[in-house]
Design a binder for this molecule. Structure first.
Ligand SMILES: [Zn+2]
Ligand SMILES: [Zn+2]
Length: 74
């Protein structure tokens, strides 16, 4: 049991917690992607899974290189 946060795994910010290992930078929010976080690699760029969830369909189309078609009536 940790003497500082009394939890295992350690609470974020605990002096005994290991430094999070940065695996890359999110091309969307420009923040670090650290070990244990879900991410995706698209066209050589890395994105948090959470960031992808927040994207609009138009942005996703741009990233994944697909087209959103207008579906006209008639
Ligand atoms: Zn701790
Ligand atoms: Zn992100």
């Amino acid at each position: 049991m940790c003497e500082y946060c009394h939890t295992y795994p350690h609470m974020p910010g605990c002096p005994n917690a290991p430094e999070p290992e940065v695996v890359g930078t999110c091309a969307w929010c420009e923040e670090d992607i650290i070990t244990g976080e879900a991410y995706a690699e698209i066209n050589g760029k890395m994105y948090h899974a959470d960031c992808i969830e927040d994207m609009s369909a138009g942005k996703l189309a741009e990233l994944f290189d697909f087209e959103i078609k207008e579906n006209a009536y008639g």
